[in-house]
Write a protein that binds this ligand. Structure first.
Ligand code: FAD
Length: 489
């Protein structure tokens, strides 16, 4: 392969958690790999979404701890929010992590191409298709993903490159709600985390994970926050018990929660926006309206139709269990494809895609078993089926519920109100799902995901020795509760 050649074994479009992990794995497997990115290395996750959100939330959490310090015998006078410093730290966290990814590209010999990539039309459907010529014919065994090994052409500005395999990882973009357009005062979640000031008043539309996180952070940093949800509860995809406790926690932070309530007649001016809500068209005015009501795959620039890459009825890219699209040799991962829009799902799909491309055996992800994390206060971690879903699916359901206060750790560390709930099937002790709300729920959930992945059940969870005094003892006790022999409770 000549230096500077534009032919690759694997070209990855998008350098988010899906794309950059796929590229590193491809390089590990010996593929000559390029990543094409139109904006910043690290994708939306590292630059605008997950990481900035968690950096700002960390400041809000610390603020809560300092405010509660009196309970622990510490007097802290005059706590002040230095919001510009919070934003400065956010930017530093982002640049530390994104430069880490750029370093991994260099270490693995991955070429980063800056620009927007478009797939060339498939041979026979227009100009620009390239037949053959790419390296990596030796990788063409990939689960039958490619046909005769024809290279796939991509255009990046004036440049044309070709690759034996292409992984599309372009993520998703924000969606407005009907009748509302984004503007300086009607913003998406990514813009919310980078706001230049703590708004006096903010409304958030959508009480899913992103909306709950924004409401929880800004309410504690000093905003008056209204949180609207069309469905009848906050975190509507979580287990009902968890939603109830989160609602209580958010209300304690002063957030005004309006469920089953659409927002209408949004009027924007330079200072903010006015709208009405509820059955009686109650008027409200805020500095910013944040729309956290869903996202849609970022496919507009990719030229999918001409390239022979099909979308499904929800405009997601249609893929099989190995993330192969309808076009031989082209894979799609992350927010482009069905399943929860989560960074770790994108990364794991990237690994599956390039391993398949390299001819290795792969297994499809079990989408329901992917851990879900919401970093509001209270923290939420979950995986698998909710109690309601398990009953609807006809399982012989058993539930084990244990409050954090039942074990020593809950009292020692100052969170007795958290809850661990495991949902099992009595027949074989199967762990169908688990739901945790409270301190460190986003970390605690992983143990339960691992138990299921290793084909253990709640009886095994109940008998694994857990350290003392830890919150993880509440997880173990929930297993015991499901198995019928709760010790602490
Ligand atoms: C506010 C917010 C908070 C979130 N918090 C979490 C969280 O805590 N945990 C979690 O797991 N998930 C979280 N998510 C979801 C997570 O951000 C996404 O699931 C994840 O970023 C998807 O990764 P990806 O690699 O598919 O795409 P992205 O991260 O979106 O990266 C795609 C990249 O592709 C580039 N691109 C697009 N089109 C082209 C093109 N034609 N050519 C070249 N490059 C292109 C884009 O510029 C972008 O950099 C959050 C989302 C939001 C909005």
């Amino acid at each position: 392969m000549p230096e500077g050649s534009s032919s690759y074994d694997c070209a990855v479009v998008g350098a988010g958690p899906g794309g950059y992990v796929a590229a590193i794995r491809a390089a590990q497997l010996g593929m000559r790999t390029a990543v094409i990115e139109s904006d910043r290395v690290g994708g939306r996750c590292l630059n605008y979404a997950c990481i900035p959100a968690k950096a700002v939330l960390r400041s809000a959490d610390l603020l809560s701890e300092v405010r509660d310090a009196g309970e622990f015998g510490l007097r802290v006078a005059d706590v002040q929010v230095d919001y510009p410093a919070i934003q400065e730290r956010r930017a530093k966290v982002v640049s530390t992590l994104t430069s880490g990814v750029a370093g991994l590209f260099r270490k693995n010999g991955i070429e980063l191409i800056e620009g927007e990539a478009t797939l060339a039309p498939r041979a026979g459907t227009g100009a620009g298709a390239v037949a053959g010529g790419a390296t990596g014919a030796d990788t063409d065994t990939g689960g039958g993903a490619t046909g005769a090994g024809a290279a796939i052409a991509l255009r990046v500005g004036e440049r044309e490159i070709s690759a034996a395999k292409v992984v599309l990882a372009t993520g998703s973009v924000k969606m407005a709600i009907p009748g509302v357009e984004f503007s300086a005062r009607v913003i998406g979640t990514e813009e919310a985390w980078a706001l230049p000031e703590v708004p006096a008043r903010m409304a958030v539309v959508g009480a899913g994970a992103s909306g709950a996180e924004i409401a929880s952070a800004f309410a504690r940093l000093g905003s008056e926050v209204m949180l609207f949800e069309m469905l009848d509860r906050v975190l509507p995809t979580e287990d009902g018990d968890i939603s109830r406790l989160v609602k209580r926690g958010l209300e304690r932070q002063g957030i005004q929660i309006h469920t089953a309530t659409p927002v209408r007649d949004v009027q924007v001016d330079e200072q903010g926006c006015a709208f009405v809500h509820g059955e009686r068209d109650e008027p409200a005015r805020v500095d910013y309206l944040v729309i956290a009501a869903g996202r849609t795959p970022d496919v507009d620039a990719l030229g999918l139709a001409a390239a022979g890459v099909e979308l499904d009825e929800r405009r997601m890219v249609r893929v099989d269990g190995a993330l192969r699209t309808s076009r031989d040799g082209v894979y799609a991962i992350g927010d482009l494809v069905a399943g929860p829009a989560l960074a770790h799902k994108a990364s794991d799909e990237g690994i599956i895609a390039v391993e398949d491309a390299a001819g290795l055996p792969t297994h499809p992800l079990s989408l329901v078993d992917i851990p879900r994390a919401t970093f509001c206060t209270p923290n939420v971690g979950s995986f698998g089926l909710t109690e309601e879903q398990a009953r609807q699916q006809g399982h012989d359901v058993v539930v084990g519920k244990v409050p954090y206060g039942a074990v020593g750790g809950g009292t020692v560390y100052g969170d007795r109100s958290g809850l661990v709930k495991v949902v099992g099937d009595t027949r074989y002790g199967e762990l169908l799902g688990a739901h945790i709300v409270g301190s460190r729920a986003t970390e605690l959930i992983q143990e339960l995901v691992n138990i299921r992945a290793l084909e253990g059940g709640f009886p095994e969870l109940a008998r694994i020795v857990h350290g003392h005094p830890t919150l993880s003892e509440a997880v173990m006790e929930a297993g015991r509760a499901a198995d019928g022999w709760l010790i602490h409770g």
